[in-house]
Design a protein around this ligand. Structure first.
Ligand SMILES: Cc1cc2nc3c(=O)[nH]c(=O)nc-3n(C[C@H](O)[C@H](O)[C@H](O)COP(=O)(O)OP(=O)(O)OC[C@H]3O[C@@H](n4cnc5c(N)ncnc54)[C@H](O)[C@@H]3O)c2cc1C
Length: 380
């Protein structure tokens, strides 16, 4: 019998299926995709055919929780982010707010893995502060002309289409306005004339294909607006809960992998005639990290439950991302230290995870910005 109130025996069987599937069909290629600096086309079709790219396949969100944890357990930040940005971030805007045309033209093939998507919000001058967005769309008859630059866009070099946040209305900011006003979301084909895509060399998340994207007089049809004009900021704010939950849960999956891997090493590494796992100082460090992991994981499950029951859960989803990514950095550092020089080898898994962890602290809202959201909820 399952030992969790959130997961049934069917969930547990699904976890076994997902773990085996990813282990057999995806794991053998992950190192190669890190070197290639992009996820190979093989993965998209395979995951699409298996239904893993379908945001609404399961009525029960805990099947997604399992998939996300198992993606995280693969230990490759770049791969899991590429998949999550496609399904839970970019495509979700079309799924929740897009017209039938956009759903048929973009979402349906993306769900099958035949088209790949990216979400382009950040700009050189606008990261945490979306008020600074400078990419504009100007209406002329039936089409918009887009100009501007997006930066740090995961999947940028492999995406077939982009979900882009663009300024569509320039007006003086009202005194008490909240968030970025006059922003709309558009779907733009990556091969449209006037688009230039340049890869950026990032410290980690190598297979995430992170890029800068320039728009120079790019023409977009009016029918490529997602939802209503000038409502983009509202859509972004609504979806951020899902983004943060997804980011946090994947990181928790990676933490469980790092802990298992490190515990295995500590049991096998003999120092002064006994395994490292017998030394009290090591045992207590592992005990502390395990306690923190278990506490955040249960909080994450509760937040996922709230989210899946229609609660907005802003504070909870924010805490999941904040605490999971904080812990992942500490665990990566501890794991590296406990592996000795073996952890520091450039090609080691531990070194890769250590190098990858800061990215999740920055993406989907920096942890500093998240603290302000939690403070806002508590203090107004
Ligand atoms: C690997 C990677 C992949 C990414 N993928 C994407 C993607 O696919 N699509 C996309 O649109 N963007 C993506 N991003 C961009 C990411 O969303 C931004 O980096 C993030 O929003 C922060 O913006 P910024 O980098 O401009 O930092 P800034 O906003 O300039 O922040 C700089 C520093 O100031 C701190 N700070 C900011 N606001 C506050 C505050 N209110 N209180 C206290 N401190 C604050 C921050 O914590 C940070 O330390 C990615 C980033 C990375 C690293």
């Amino acid at each position: 019998m399952s030992d969790s109130i959130y997961f049934s025996d069917e969930h547990d069987a699904y976890r076994t299926y997902v773990r085996n599937f990813l282990g057999e069909k995806i794991s053998p290629y992950l190192s190669q995709w890190e070197c290639d600096k992009k996820v190979g086309s093989y993965a998209w079709g395979l995951l699409g055919d298996a239904g893993f790219l379908n945001l609404n396949k399961h009525k029960d969100f805990f099947y997604d929780v399992i998939f996300l944890e198992e993606l995280g357990r693969l230990g490759y930040g770049g791969f899991r982010v590429a998949i999550a940005v496609h399904t839970y971030m970019a495509n979700s805007y079309i799924a929740y707010y897009g017209s039938d045309y956009l759903k048929q033209r973009y979402l349906a093939p993306a769900t099958e893995g035949r088209l790949i998507s990216a979400l382009a919000i950040t700009e050189p001058q606008a990261g945490s502060d979306l008020n600074q967005l400078q990419t504009t769309a100007t209406l002329l008859e039936d089409s918009y002309t887009v100009n501007g630059t997006k930066r740090y866009i995961a999947n940028g070099s492999i995406a077939d289409f982009l979900v882009v946040a663009i300024k569509t209305k320039n007006h003086p900011r009202k005194k008490n306005a909240v968030g970025a006003t006059g922003v709309s979301l558009f779907v733009i084909d990556s091969n449209a004339p006037g688009i230039e895509i340049n890869p950026i060399d990032m410290l980690g998340w190598h297979s995430a294909a992170t890029c800068e994207i320039n728009f120079d007089n790019v023409q977009i049809s009016k029918q490529n607006i997602i939802g209503d004009l000038n409502q983009g900021f509202i859509y972004l704010m609504k979806n951020l809960q899902l983004e943060r939950l997804v980011a946090g849960i994947m990181v928790l999956g990676e933490i469980s992998y790092s802990l298992d891997q490190t515990i295995g090493y500590l049991k096998s590494r003999i120092v002064h005639g006994k395994p490292l796992s017998k030394l009290q100082i090591i045992r207590h460090r592992i005990a502390n990290l395990t306690a923190e992991y278990e506490a955040i994981k249960q909080f994450a499950y509760n937040s996922a439950w709230l989210y899946s029951h229609g609660k907005f859960a802003v504070k909870e989803c924010t805490i999941v991302k904040l605490k999971a990514t904080e812990l992942s950095q500490r665990i990566a550092k501890e794991a590296l230290q406990m592996h000795g020089a073996a952890g520091y080898e450039g090609g080691s898994e531990i070194a890769r995870i250590y190098r990858d962890t800061p990215a999740a602290v920055v993406a989907a809202g920096t942890n500093d910005a998240l603290l302000e959201i939690i403070a806002q909820a508590e203090l107004g």
